[in-house]
Design a protein around this ligand. Structure first.
Ligand SMILES: [Ca+2]
Ligand SMILES: [Ca+2]
Length: 106
């Protein structure tokens, strides 16, 4: 799968030809200006190919990411606040993505 394919499938608009055991990948990002602490280098934006649900961009979906998702549920509008399908909100669709990839690594 190319990065372009991953970005397309991450939108949720394209049907996915995957099995439940296959992780979904996406382009995760974090902006140092958003105050989440995902990236602390001033004036920096980090973009990383990773598994969807990896809110803190450490390459794995685990309880840390679940905590971030829960904290921002209904509000967060960026990857590092739990918006994994890029629709501008952290909601049930993003939680389902996270739970599907829970325990998986990039
Ligand atoms: Ca993570
Ligand atoms: Ca979302």
């Amino acid at each position: 799968m190319s990065i372009a394919d991953a970005a397309t499938t991450s939108s949720g608009a394209t049907p996915r030809n995957t099995t439940p055991s296959t992780p979904l990948y996406g382009l995760g990002y974090a902006d140092s200006a958003d105050g989440t602490g995902t990236i602390t280098t001033p004036n920096t934006i980090l973009v990383m190919f990773t598994v969807e649900g990896d809110a803190n961009l450490d390459g794995t979906v685990n309880t840390t990411d679940f905590t971030i998702e829960s904290r921002n549920f209904g509000a967060g509008g960026t990857w590092d606040t739990g918006d994994f399908n890029y629709d501008g909100t952290s909601n049930l669709a993003d939680l389902l993505i996270l739970t599907r990839n829970f325990g998986k690594s990039a």
